[in-house]
Design a protein around this ligand. Structure first.
Ligand code: AP5
Length: 207
């Protein structure tokens, strides 16, 4: 199954993609994670990406689309994949339709006013990359699952989150109408506990 996860920054795309990937045994492909890895390794793509991500802007379509096109050609994507954070513009969605068939587009819907708190309180494990929220883990600095170091993403600062939410409204939200036309859109309520969101996604995928 080829799945796209749509949703605003902080809607829980990464959290749900990890659950889906583990259950369906298909790869979780996050363009944000690919850019962060390149930024950590200071590759040429990482240097370009940082100049946009630190400002809360989108990395240009041509750079992002080529990364995804090449990744989907890898052998582990043959039985399916979960795209998290791509496409994010109508141009990216049109490009994707030229190189891959998508079976379901899941829009994880959370009221925008709740997202600021989710993002500014997010901590990410540097080893296993799982996300947690300070409301649940308190001030601890080690990952509850693997013991790795918990980090705060640079783009989760309040000013950058504001910009990311504006960019989402202007450039990514139009994708909801784009995919509605194709009858593949599944809107789920992301404003409920993680496990409930996962259950809703699986129930809707089975229909
Ligand atoms: P990316 O890493 O994709 O960031 P994002 O889309 O802004 O999404 P996030 O990772 O912030 O949130 P999420 O929806 O995955 O939520 P999460 O599960 O972590 O992209 C970063 C940047 O890279 C972009 O700004 C852009 O510059 C660039 N980029 C990436 N893709 C691009 C593209 N296609 N084109 C151009 N540029 C691109 O959850 C968030 C928090 O909420 C966590 O703390 C989590 O524990 C908590 N949480 C999750 N679910 C729940 C729940 N149900 N209830 C309560 N808390 C919850």
């Amino acid at each position: 199954m080829n799945i796209v996860l749509l949703g605003a920054p902080g809607a829980g795309k990464g959290t749900q993609a990890a659950q889906l990937a583990a259950s369906l045994k298909i790869p979780h492909i996050s363009t944000g994670d690919i850019f962060r890895k390149n930024m950590d390794e200071k590759t040429p793509i990482g240097l370009v990406a940082r100049s946009y991500i630190d400002l809360g802007k989108l990395v240009p379509d041509d750079v992002t689309t080529e990364i995804v096109r090449a990744r989907l050609e890898e052998a582990d994507c043959k039985e399916g994949f979960i795209l998290d954070g791509f496409p994010r513009t109508v141009a990216q969605a049109e490009a994707l339709s030229r190189f891959s068939e998508i079976d379901a587009v899941i829009d994880v819907d959370v009221p925008l006013e709740k997202l600021m708190k989710r993002l500014t309180g997010r901590r990410v494990c540097a080893s296993c990359h799982e996300s947690f929220h300070v409301d649940f883990i308190g001030a601890r600095s080690d990952c509850p699952h693997c013991g790795g170091e918990l980090t705060h993403r640079d783009d989760d600062k309040e000013e950058t989150v504001k910009k990311r939410l504006e960019v989402y409204k202007a450039q990514t939200e139009p994708l909801i109408s784009f995919y509605k036309k194709s009858d593949k859109l599944i809107a789920v309520n992301g404003d409920q506990p993680v496990q409930k969101v996962t259950e809703e996604i699986f129930a809707r995928l089975k229909k």
